[in-house]
Design a protein. Sequence first.
Length: 278
Amino acid sequence: MKLLMESWRKFLNERMEFGEGFERWIHGEPEEEPTRGPMSMDVDDDEFGQAPHCKPQSIDPECLEEYGFEKIGEGSFRAVWALPDNPNYVMKIADELWGDADTKDMNKQEADKFAQTGYPDLLPKVYDTAKDYSWIVVERVRPYGISSDKWIYDFFPIFAKFWEDNQNNDDFQWRNTSLEDFFGEYTESRRDEIRKPELYSTSKRRPLAFLSLTQELGGEKAREELESQLPPLYKRFLEFIEQYGVEPVEIRGDNVGRASDGRFVILDSGWHSEEEKR
């Protein structure tokens, strides 16, 4: 019993780190009497003549705002809300307009226990979830932004240097493309080599030229120069995208960021959980 009580206190302490506003929202306890919307005029309604109340954990935008949440971002399928009084976390909410299954599944994938324990160095930490995954609380990570390749300079500088050094090399197939295109397409080729080494002797990306990745980089010496300097972080990154079916070309400045502890983090990338793959 003592151990149980200690575990419960630990749980309460962990939950309270999200802030009082979050706790009020969890339990449906607004700081002030909510006044949103018209009064109920249904005589059969238990709340006849009263303004509607927000249910505990309601993800209705008006309810979230009543509890002090602030919408700070929105993607195609999920919205990101800052917690009322804790800047270190955000809540990702599934957009129900698209249908519960698909959008909630994105939250479920992000909270996947196999990915969270297997790749904590690459993914945002998930701290809490709704039972149906309509919302999850994750550490706040600020993305680099659309069309920013600074993340490559910061975390994978060998790619930036190699790309810059070969801009005048006619044999380098990415001399007139962006650094992000080079990083993404090179990674895509590496992933395909790992998946089907017997079939990837030529590049499917350039089927008319039938160029191998080695040729695209400028020859065996050039490839050896690049790959002999790849950092452990890139090898972990490559392992993750191969295992979880991430499309490398989707890894852009707007869905990667630097966490508060300085590590490289992949945000929304459309990957699939281990549980889903089984």
